[in-house]
Design a protein around this ligand. Structure first.
Ligand code: 5GP
Ligand code: MN
Length: 330
């Protein structure tokens, strides 16, 4: 962290503050783990903290310590707005452009206190007073750990905090396999284990929590996959109809895009999930192919070089067509 940011934050946090910790729409393991952990660490220091998330998050993250206190904005907007009006600082985690807050955009645009951003996505926006941005980091959870270290908050590293940070790291690194996983990541993880994390329990809660509907949807997706071997690419999709028929629940398709990359010889995977009037797109690559740029150019989105997402206001056929065009240019 830059010295002036550290000094500024230390001064700001030297008195008790009202702080809201928030993350991106459709929060994932990194977003939730980071938020619960940072909120608990700051509370231990005497700040009044609340976690407010834009919308609901998957059932396999509801066991995370602190979950029972999380305010879901689009389910309880009046409570969330009351907390935000009184807040002196909003910490945005795991995103770097305000529109990624989805239903919270309006209230965050009008927020008059200070913003702190901690994030590892590319091309950060400039809305925050303090920006801690590093695209080389595997996860926001790792950045929260390092932030806590810099601000001397690690006295509060309880088992509960460690479980949240571990979950953020394990989910965003694909269980420590993505290239952003470093020796430093493992050193931090070692400290989290010493703080009481039991990896088998986390794994069981997060990854062995598949629903029957998820398995049926996975079968449907694999049945229809389009493989472009000569382009080292694959298109995967779930139609709106299939989701209705097979009982899609939020989070059921989390990680489906990675199945494409697990095919031999495939280095570019597109996963499309159709909704009423639009499609959500997930992109993954191995090596040099920059899917952040592909998403910005074609799918109104963004993300990281090897993992990005976006949204297209077209039906499934129209979105598949865009993906095919992208693949043709490779
Ligand atoms: P996922 O495919 O898991 O939804 O997202 C992969 C990455 O791309 C995540 O880091 C996420 O923050 C980013 N991402 C996903 N959807 C969008 C989007 O609609 N817009 C932007 N800017 N980034 C996205
Ligand atoms: Mn992340």
């Amino acid at each position: 962290m830059r010295k002036e940011i550290l000094e500024g934050l230390k001064t700001f946090l030297s008195t008790s503050r009202k702080i809201v910790v928030t993350n991106h729409v459709n929060p994932d393991g990194d977003a939730m783990g980071s938020a619960n952990a940072l909120s608990a660490l700051l509370r231990k220091e005497g700040h009044e903290t609340n976690v407010i998330v834009p919308n609901d998050y998957p059932h396999f993250l509801k066991w995370l310590p602190g979950s029972d206190e999380v305010v879901v904005f689009d389910e309880n907007a009046s409570k969330a707005e009351k907390i935000l009006v009184e807040a002196e600082m909003v910490i945005v985690l795991d995103y770097n452009a305000l529109h990624r807050s989805g239903p919270m955009l309006g209230v965050l645009e009008n927020f008059s206190g200070k913003f702190l951003m901690i994030d590892h996505h590319q091309q950060p926006g400039e809305f925050a007073e303090w920006i801690v941005s590093d695209t080389s980091k595997c996860s926001t959870a790792q950045m929260v750990y390092e932030f806590a270290e810099d601000l001397e908050l690690l006295d509060g590293l309880t088992k509960e905090v460690a479980e949240n940070l571990y979950t953020g790291i394990v989910t965003d690194t694909g269980s420590f396999r993505f290239s952003s996983t470093t020796a430093q990541t493992h050193r931090i993880v070692a400290n989290l284990l010493e703080a009481g994390v039991q990896p088998d329990q986390v794994y069981n809660n997060v990854f062995d929590a598949n629903s029957v509907s998820r398995f049926k949807l996975l079968g449907n997706m694999l049945d229809h996959m389009q493989v472009y071997q000569e382009k080292s690419s694959v298109i995967l999709y779930l139609s709106n109809e299939a989701q209705k028929e097979l009982g899609f629940r939020k989070g059921d398709s989390e990680g489906f895009v990675n199945y494409g990359l697990s095919l031999e010889g495939i280095t570019f995977s597109v996963f499309i999930r159709e909704e009423e009037g639009y499609c959500k797109v997930s992109l993954r690559s191995k090596g040099d192919l920059d899917v952040n740029q592909i998403s910005r150019n074609n799918f109104n989105g963004g993300g990281h070089k090897n993992a990005a997402g976006g949204l297209v206001e077209k039906d499934l056929a129209g979105t598949i067509e865009i993906a095919q065009k992208v693949i043709n240019t490779l």
